[in-house]
Ligand binder design. Structure first.
Ligand code: SAM
Ligand code: SF4
Length: 467
């Protein structure tokens, strides 16, 4: 294992490439080149893309979303479901025409799809116009790879997954001014039987708590008012580390930073969601009253097949403990419909759990077989059409619950962060420290500030009045 000093010098190596690239790019293109980062998938990818952008800007590129005027394009991909992968192939196919118009365009693919050997091989054979393929643990080497390619290197395929300590101090170009992502850990050790993440992101690796604290302080100082701590399973933060700071302690340390801001986090695994964590949320004023706690299935039999390490009763008693301690908590969850071998009776247990808990919102997915996962090999007799009917039934139930949630929300007053301008001139979008977004009339000068709003009505979005 490397020590921290070695890791820092690992990024220093990239600073050398950034400096060299800055000189090289101008002579290669004859103008300041543009770069485009296309992101698919989860918040972790959005956060990684902010680092890709940071490195590109440091190397001298101007960022653009217009693919027709770009000189470097990178697709940061997602492999969690088949649908996400299909969209990526559709997108990288477009590069052929872009390269015809701009032969000096460099194209790259990174992220969870790029980490898979089968995908890298397919790109090697069928997409000859893709110059670079980078796995999830080497993306900090982007400046080096671009530099080498411009200097005549062959196409680069680098997918090393050695679970080494996290490389710190990568430049970041954040997308938002008030809301920001703060990754605290990478990878996953849980091996849920349906999930590709542990194979493509490697083992759980937690960032140094003082590096996280330093970044959080810098974000608050820069005006960020809404900071989301990110990881595949944030509540196993710090496991096995000598510093002894677990997720609840880390939250308290961030809560102690001076300033007015909200701390959010995702995702939490029910098996690691402790009473200590619930008490921390209860005690700390800056922590959002929102718990995203994916349960995946309401059937204990299916949860066992999924390798989730909790059962229906365990999940429900955790929800009870959360509601007792944090009465205004907003609960959200992820659900998979149609896991191999799931019967309608199992699915009915998912419906009854949804009815019982009354979530604020749900992220629902039809099971998608993933190459190399144990679930892919299980018999899966229920047709896609039948699973689609179950899925619609679940959506219908959640719509009924949402109506209830709306009734309980309209008429209430909330403190919101003014996050963005609404489509209608003179209106802003604000978000509570839970999950509610509201549109209200207010001056742009309030952007990035907290204000109190009463929610008056709902017509697809909540409408409110500034108090
Ligand atoms: N680490 C988080 C957790 O355990 O809750 C979730 C990360 S995963 C990227 C986000 C969600 O995708 C999961 O909670 C699950 O519901 C869904 N998912 C993962 N693999 C899937 C698959 N093979 N088919 C359908 N949905 C899947
Ligand atoms: Fe995938 Fe399970 Fe890890 Fe979440 S906890 S990333 S669902 S393996």
């Amino acid at each position: 294992m490397q020590n921290i000093a070695d890791v820092n010098s690992q990024y220093l190596e990239q600073f050398k490439y950034i400096t060299a690239l800055r000189d090289k790019l101008l002579s290669y293109y004859g103008y300041t080149p543009k770069a485009t980062v296309v992101t698919f998938g989860c918040q972790q990818n959005v956060s990684d893309s902010e680092k890709l952008k940071g490195m590109l800007v440091s190397a001298g590129y101007i960022l653009t979303d217009d693919e027709t005027e770009t000189d470097f394009i990178i697709f940061n991909t997602c492999a969690v479901r088949g649908h996400a992968e299909d969209r990526v192939y559709g997108n990288i196919g477009k590069v052929k025409a872009l390269k015809k118009a701009n032969p000096k365009l460099i194209a790259a693919v990174c992220g969870c799809m790029a980490q898979q050997e089968i995908v890298a091989e397919k790109i090697k054979k069928s997409y000859p116009y893709i110059d670079l393929v980078m796995g999830t643990q080497v993306f900090h080497r982007l400046p080096e790879f671009i530099y080498k390619r411009i200097n005549g290197s062959k196409r680069i395929f680098e997918r090393t997954l050695q679970n080494e300590p996290i490389v710190e101090d990568i430049p970041i170009s954040r997308d938002g001014k008030y809301k920001g992502w703060l990754p605290i850990m990478y990878g996953c050790n849980n091996f849920c039987t349906y999930c590709i993440v542990p194979y493509v992101r490697g083992r759980e690796r937690s960032r140094d708590p003082y590096k996280i604290l330093e970044e959080a302080k810098a974000m608050v100082k820069a005006g960020y008012k809404d900071i989301t701590l990110l990881g595949q399973n944030v509540n196993s933060y710090g496991k096995g580390e000598a510093h002894g700071i677990n997720f609840a302690k880390l939250l308290r340390m961030i809560n102690d930073i001076e300033g007015d801001f909200v701390i959010r986090f995702m995702t939490s695994h029910p098996k690691d969601c402790t009473i200590e964590l619930l008490d921390t949320i209860k005690d700390c004023k800056k922590i959002s009253r929102h718990l995203h706690l994916p349960f995946q299935s309401g059937s204990s039999r299916i949860l066992k097949l999924m390798n989730r390490y909790y059962d229906r009763e365990g999940y429900l008693s955790l929800i009870k403990a959360a509601k007792e301690r944090i009465p205004d908590v907003s609960l959200t969850s992820d659900i998979i419909v149609g896991f191999p071998g799931e019967t309608y009776e199992d699915f009915a247990e998912t419906l009854s759990l949804v009815k019982e808990v009354q979530f604020s919102s749900l992220f629902t997915f039809i099971y998608s077989p993933r190459n190399g996962t144990p679930a892919e090999k299980l018999p899966d007799p229920v047709s896609r059409e039948e699973k689609g009917k179950w899925f619609d039934e679940l959506l219908l139930l959640q719509e009924e619950i949402a109506e209830n949630n709306i009734k309980n929300t309209v008429g209430k007053e909330f403190r919101v962060l003014c996050e963005a301008k609404a489509d209608t001139e003179g209106y802003l979008i604000g978000r509570t420290n839970g999950t509610v977004s509201v549109i209200f009339k207010a001056d742009d000068s309030l952007l990035g500030q907290f204000t109190d709003v009463r929610i008056d009505s709902y017509n697809g979005s909540y409408m409110g009045t500034k108090i």
